[in-house]
Design a protein around this ligand. Structure first.
Ligand code: SF4
Length: 332
């Protein structure tokens, strides 16, 4: 591993200044992904700014909003009483991710910003537009059973990236209309969680809409009426410590048998958590039924494309949506 400078600031603005406009500087928190990337030579920072001593660990509930600091650990958030009471979908998604040991190290901000696990991204012998822009995408004609079915045009795929965003937590935050609080040199800004990650387009090297020296300081989730009518369904190769092949975060507000509000997001299917807005709209005002859920799932799949080994996702994904909705509605 290349030698690097190590800094450990205790104030947010000092950390942001330390990264500044230096292209070789990186923030590090739990390090559960970045250290792997450094060991393999995928990322070689010359300066690491350790943010673990910044005051960003608080979890609280105030004025109808659940507020979670970017450095709160995944395991702490998943077990926090306010999270379990107000946003149980987030707790479910966090529990389904990684392993107990990793959840004890991984932070909320780091979880959202983890890189894809496409094997070609980690293997420097293969072309990869995300690792080396313009080099091509080995996955389009290669091993792509874990890869995306949304957000990339087939004709453009070899110039782009068909990798998926790997976080379960991000799928729940996208479904729950969470906001991301971001601090930069010019001050604070807030964006919808659904605007944090981006589709690859012709810049697949960029995973998010963050500027280089911007730091996520926290997340906020507004109250909703979903209560326990929320379910995170994760399909994976083994029962634990495996990334999603397909996952679904489903939440329903059901009043007098009719759907008053619905949220649906998928993981393992795109370069970003994939919100199913059209399917959500289709559910509104209608009585709960499996037939309705199948219609919504079919609407959600309209723009899907596959690349050979991941053809099975075109059938698995809508079935997963239906199962998640049945669980959320408690009529499975
Ligand atoms: Fe690289 Fe993306 Fe292609 Fe994987 S899918 S090889 S990360 S460009």
């Amino acid at each position: 591993m290349k030698a690097f400078q190590y800094l450990r600031p205790s104030k947010v603005q000092d950390a942001i200044r330390a990264v500044g406009s230096d292209p070789g500087a990186r923030f590090i928190a739990g390090g559960t992904n970045l250290i792997d990337l450094m060991k393999r030579g995928i990322v070689s920072p010359d300066k690491l700014v350790d943010i673990n001593h910044l005051p960003l660990k608080k979890i609280s509930y105030q004025s109808g909003r659940l507020k979670i600091g970017a450095l709160a650990l995944n395991s702490e958030v998943a077990a926090h009483p306010a999270v379990l009471q107000k946003q149980p979908l987030l707790a479910q998604a966090l529990h389904s991710g990684a392993s107990g040991q990793l959840r004890n190290m991984a932070t909320m901000g780091g979880n959202a910003l983890q890189r894809t696990r496409c094997p070609y991204f980690y293997d420097t012998a293969f072309p990869c537009n995300k690792r080396k822009p313009g080099s091509g995408c080995a996955a389009v004609e290669g091993i792509n059973r874990m890869h995306s079915i949304f957000g990339v045009e087939k004709a453009n795929a070899t110039q782009s990236c068909i990798a998926v965003h790997p976080s379960d937590m991000s799928v729940a935050l996208a479904a729950l209309d969470a906001e991301v609080i971001i601090q930069g040199q010019g001050g604070e800004r807030r964006i919808a969680f659904t605007d944090l990650h981006r589709l690859p387009g012709n810049q697949p090297e960029l995973d998010t809409t963050l500027e280089r020296n911007e730091l996520i300081t926290g997340f906020e989730i507004p109250d909703n009426d979903f209560g326990m009518h929320a379910h995170y369904l994760k399909v994976r190769d083994r029962a634990s410590f495996a990334f999603a092949i397909v996952s679904v975060a489903a939440a329903l507000d059901v009043k007098e048998g009719k759907i008053n509000a619905a949220r649906l997001a998928m993981g393992g299917v795109a370069h970003k958590p994939w919100r199913l807005f059209e399917a959500e709209r289709h559910l509104l005002g209608k009585p709960v039924s499996e037939a309705l859920f199948r219609q919504a799932a079919a609407l959600g799949m309209r723009d899907a494309v596959s690349f050979g080994q991941n053809d099975y996702k075109l059938r698995m994904a809508p079935n997963a949506v239906v199962q998640a909705l049945l669980h959320a509605a408690a009529i499975e």
